[in-house]
Structures are given as C-alpha cells and as structure tokens.
Design a protein around this ligand. Sequence first.
Ligand code: SF4
Length: 455
Amino acid sequence: MSNPILPPPLPPTPTAPPLEKQTTVGNYFVSNYPPFSFWKPEFAPQLAAALDRVPGVDGAPVPPLGVYLHIPFCRKRCHFCYFKVYTDKDSAAIRNYLDATLQEFAAYATRPAIAGRKPNFIYFGGGTPSYLSVDQLRFLTDGMKALLPWDEAEEVAFEAEPGTLTDHKLKAIRDLGVTRLSLGVENFNDHILEINGRAHHSKEITRAYGYARELNFPQINIDLIAGMVEETEDNWRDCVRQTIAMAPDSVTIYEMEVPYNTTIYRQMKAEGKLVAPVADWETKRHWVDYAFTEMERAGYTISSAYTAIKNPDKTKFIYRDRLWAGADLLSLGVASFGHIGGTHYQNHHEFDPYLAKIKAGELPVYRALTPTAEERYIREFILQMKLGHVSRAYFTQKFGADPATHFATPLRTLHDWGFLTVDGDIIRLNREGLLQVDRLLPEFFLPEHKNVRYA
Ligand code: SF4
C-alpha cells in the first residue's frame, strides 16, 4: 500500500499536547475500550444473550477462546495496588472461593457460546495465583481441565510473587502445564520493595528464578515497575542491569501510576497532596527508554510499549496477542473482566456478593457493555497500537475500512506531534510515541468517551 495520507515524519512540535508532568491520581493505562465507566449493571443481560449464540453460525470466523482465572489473595497489599485483593482469608475461605470459580466455569461451559470449544490460552492472574497451596492449585486445575480440556492450549500463563514460591510449589506449577511463568519482581532493592509494601525480598527473587530455570519453564517473564516510591536513577539502572544478567525470556515494564483506590492515594488525600510521591512522567519514560535501550544492546527486541523479548521467534505472549486481536475471554472470579461473543463484562468486585450469586445459581456478572461495530474497531486498533505498529491491510480486511482513512484525524494529530508515520502497509509509532502510547490513545476515542473517568 502506498502512503497517500501523510507526509514524512516531523520532529515533535510545540503543538504537542501539554504533558502532565507530575504523577497525579488517576488511571493512565488503557486496557480496554469503551472505558469501564460506560459498562453498566443494566446491560448485564446482554451477556446472557451473547452466551446463547453459537459462534460461527453467521459465517463469521470463530475467534480463539481464552480462560482467565482471578486469584484475589496476596500476602500483603502493595501500596500502589488497585486490584481487588484480600490478605485475610483462611484456607476454608479460599477453598470456598475455588469451589465457586469452578461452579461459575461449569455454568459457562455448557452454554451455546462456549460448549465444545477448547481454550487456546489460559491465564492465572491476580492477586497472587502462587499464593495458593499445591493442593489448592491441583484441585483448581483438575476441575478446570475436566470442564474444558487444555490439550489445545498454546499457552498457560501464571503470575507469581517470588516469596511464595517454594521448590515444591514451583515444580507443581510446572507439572500443571504452565508454559509462561511471570515473576512479579518489580524492583531488586529490599528497601524499595519494603517501602512500597511488597511482600518479597531480593534473595527470594534469585532463588525462585534459579529454580524455575532448572525446571525448564518454556518462558519466564520478569515484571518491573519504573518509578516506585523512592526509586532513583541509580537504583533503576541497577534493576535493569540485574534483569539483563538473569537473561529472562521476556521483561515487562510498567510506569507507576496512582489510581484512586491505592494506599498511596489515600495517604495523599489525608495529607492534602495532589502530587504522588513518585517520579514524574518524563522521568519514568526516560527510565523505560533507558531499559529498552540497554535490553536492545543485550540482544532483546522491543515487542510492545511494555515488553522486551529475548527471542521473538520462540517467545510469544499469546494472551496479549489474542486479546488484542479480538479473542473471546471467559473470565472467572471476583472482579474479573471478560469478553464473549461481542459483549464485555465484569464480575462483582466484592467477595461476598460474588459468592452469593454463585450460590444462588446465577452468573456473578456485575456490569456489561456490547460495543458497537465502530467501538470494536477502535478497541482493536488502539490495543494493537501498543505493539508500536499496525497493519492497514489487517484492519481493512477485518473492519472494511482502511485505518489510514478511517482514523485520518487522530493519525494526523499524532503525526504532527512527531510520534507516528505511515509507511506503506504499516502505521508505526516511534520510540517516543510508544513510550507514552497510553496518553495518546484517547485521541482515537469517540467524543463521548474523551475526558471522562476511565475506570
Ligand atoms: S502482589 Fe500484585 S495484586 Fe497483590 S497487592 Fe501487590 S500489586 Fe496487588
């Protein structure tokens, strides 16, 4: 495809949006579209209708199916955490919860939208999936496999907190069929881990990583956060150095944000502060840029705004790539987010109402939304922009309109700000654009979805 739309790239211009320099409260990360604040309890019946439709009967291709299971337990609550997590549940409460998630799974497994399909990918997220004991993990995964066999799954991903990983548990996790172990390292400095409320220590990272390597997990990912409370340039450089020395298959880096329901925000509010006690956005972008540059020097490839991978031919992230290409995601557990047959949904975000719904034999859905065709196009396009490049032909074929024309105005805006080029089939963000992609994506939102609370 030629490039009739845009002239060659320009350097960033003064017309670029005023950059919010300091880290103030609110969500930065764009994980879905339309914004969650538009998903409503009154739309929950739309999921029931979606579950009654057999995929593919209308001739449309059947998307891959993923299963997400939310484990909402952690040893401690990190001060930056905005997830629904519990630190006070005993083993009886955890067993009740696992029973409930399996009942929830069983209720979906026989519905026309799901029955007979095999998951292409499975994701255990949280919370801390590795908080579960070996017996609890076996009970849960045996139950899941009995409902929808995993024999066609390309990836089974599992999030782990290093301090919860005994040798025995790591071996059991490997034996369950986990292919991608993601270690929530975040930082290597004990003082920074401690002051940010993390439960683990640096020694536990090295130990868990070493044993996971011996067990030959096909993929080990290390998660880092740029800009934790008291982080310094020197500390960040040391984290990058230690990460590269460990040579994980992939590294994921998030820039610290401070959403409303975090301990950090509560403290800011109590002290009447508007600015969070973490690095400003420019510094965090500089740190991620430094990490990406060092990782490229060490042979890694940058595969998204957040990810570096050692060997792109061997290491994939199926969960991310399928989700960003419109897969169905059957999500189970408290507060989890899913997408089936064209309808977004989220479960009840409190433990007791979630369990009560399951006990009553109902799906524990709290709110839902069925995006329009235009919203589906925007969603998939902005999610794939996080990869740093999208194919015009892919979107033209799937949505019937060339994105270079369909999104001409926001593309022109990003181009004029010096972040984007169109090169034949490929719409590409440069490094500077990629490092701040989440604040650029709202340019593609429909007017009614701009400047509103995201979550
Ligand atoms: S381990 Fe993860 S989910 Fe648990 S409290 Fe910390 S950030 Fe939140």
